[in-house]
Design a protein around this ligand. Structure first.
Ligand code: ADP
Length: 464
């Protein structure tokens, strides 16, 4: 029951409620009708017993009995007995064979599966003596119409329950239809990361309609806040670009001065390094905010991916060499695919750059590219410091940087490189994965479809 959808739970609950209600109602109605039938039969029998007694007469020779004694009305039989208890007139039911002693009043007897109600009354007839009048009715017969009703109810009852279940389900489904719309919209927003989607419920203005309307209003606010945040990042990056450029040019200018003391020179060099880091971060932020606003240009063209990869690896050989890291390549030749050249180069640069930054002194870095099922599979593997299991899921988050103490040097990163890598891979319709072990190294692999069509089917929003 716990795992059943709410729609089914409500239907079951409703059907159970209807069943109990019907059972109780039928029970009360049948027991009321049963006692009502009996009491009205008793009343009628009493009236008839007394009415026939009024017309009994002794004419000196014969006791004249009313003709009603010989008529059976509503199942009531009347019979007359003399003071000795011998039958002197009237009718008895065919099935009533028992010899029941006369006894003033109302009593019930049961014989051969039939229940009888008997009303005996004695009267004094002038000149004749005591006459007993007996009224007999079969309770079983009186209740036969009720029995038919009970049997009919037993047949109709399952049909009634089934009808209640079907109608209940249709009703619940109708009520829940807008909820399915709300769920679909929420899922679409989540999957396509498109905050411009709205539920836009139409029809009856009930509680669900009001809820959907409120939900849409809330989405308006969330979308506005998101847009504001994106604009803020973009505006702030733009505003910071100029002062940072000025700081950098001033540092260069100062360093040209040959009269600077060693201490002053190293102070300016620290400022220049920090300004360079900041400039790199601003450029990355601008890239991501353009990507968020779908303003980042993506021009896909048929390119030799093997060649680009070779060039990207070669470009980093010198920097890697400074750290004593050896770059090894394993690039399959002639892989062609539709990619944006600038973005594809940036993808390699970021991954290889990280491999060097977090690599071991005197270690190695492997850059590989091969074609696999219509996709370009690119890998960068290092034997560097690695990433712990807890940190691994967070490395794709913006500004996330694992503990800088691990590198053993001052951190020059921004935590924006991998989010950019992920965006580039996804905008090409691909996916990226990472395997890493602390102290052993890391292996980043991406898969990008080579055909134009496959790469186009992807949403343009990177994960924030
Ligand atoms: P950063 O500018 O700090 O390098 P990234 O987004 O490129 O930012 O990387 C995020 C974090 O992931 C880094 O701070 C680093 O801790 C970890 N990381 C990325 N690449 C590697 C790697 N090849 N080896 C070990 N750690 C890595």
């Amino acid at each position: 029951m716990k795992k059943l959808p709410l729609k089914w739970k409500l239907t079951i609950l409703y059907t159970a409620f209807m069943t109990i209600l019907t059972v109780v109602m039928l029970g009360v109605l049948l027991s009321l009708s049963s006692s009502e039938i009996l009491s009205s039969a008793e009343k009628e029998m009493e009236e008839r017993v007394f009415s026939v007694s009024e017309d009994m007469e002794w004419n000196g020779e014969r006791l004249r009995l009313d003709s009603d004694f010989y008529e059976v009305e509503n199942g009531i039989y009347l019979s007359a007995y003399d003071g000795e208890g011998d039958l002197i007139g009237g009718r008895l039911p065919y099935e009533f064979t028992q010899d029941v002693p006369l006894e003033e009043g109302l009593h019930k007897i049961s014989a051969q599966g039939i229940q009888w109600e008997i009303r005996d009354a004695s009267f004094e007839i002038p000149g004749y003596g005591t006459v007993y009048v007996r009224g007999i009715i079969s309770i079983t017969d009186a209740e036969s119409s009720l029995q038919i009703t009970i049997r009919l109810s037993l047949i109709l009852f399952p049909l009634l329950v089934a009808l209640a279940a079907v109608l209940g389900y249709l009703f619940v489904r109708r009520v829940f239809r807008p909820v399915a719309g709300i769920t679909a919209t929420a899922r679409e927003i989540y999957e396509k990361k498109d905050l411009s989607k709205r539920i836009g419920l139409t029809g009856e203005k009930n509680e669900i309609y009001v809820m959907a309307e409120t939900f849409d209003l809330m989405l308006d606010k969330v979308e506005q806040a998101f847009e504001k945040e994106k604009r803020f990042t973009s505006d702030a990056s733009h505003e910071l670009r100029t002062p940072v450029a000025v700081i950098l040019s001033q540092c260069e200018y100062l360093l040209e001065d040959g009269e600077l003391s060693g201490e002053e020179r190293s102070a300016v060099e620290v400022i220049r390094q920090k300004a360079r880091n900041m400039s790199k971060m601003i450029a990355q932020l601008l890239f991501l905010s353009r990507a968020d606003q779908s303003r980042q240009a993506v021009h896909k063209e048929l390119l030799d991916l093997s060649l680009i990869t070779e060039m990207a690896a070669e470009e980093q050989i010198e920097i890697a060499g400074e750290k004593g890291i050896r770059i090894e390549t394993d690039i399959q030749e002639g892989i062609e695919g539709y990619v944006d050249e600038t973005l594809f180069i940036r993808l390699w640069m970021n991954l290889i750059g990280n491999g060097i930054s977090y690599g071991k002194k005197g270690g190695w870095l492997k850059v590989g590219l091969k074609e696999e099922n219509g996709r370009a599979c690119g890998c960068v593997e290092d034997n560097g410091i690695g990433i712990s299991e807890e940190q691994l899921p967070h490395i794709w988050e913006r500004f996330y940087q694992a503990d800088s103490s691990r590198t053993g040097k001052e951190n020059t990163g921004s935590g924006l490189g991998l989010p950019i890598v992920k965006w580039i891979v996804e905008i090409h319709g691909g996916e990226i994965s990472v395997e890493s072990a602390p102290g052993k190294g890391s292996r980043f692999c991406f898969f990008i479809p080579l055909s134009k069509k496959q790469g186009e089917n992807y949403c343009k929003q990177p994960e924030s």
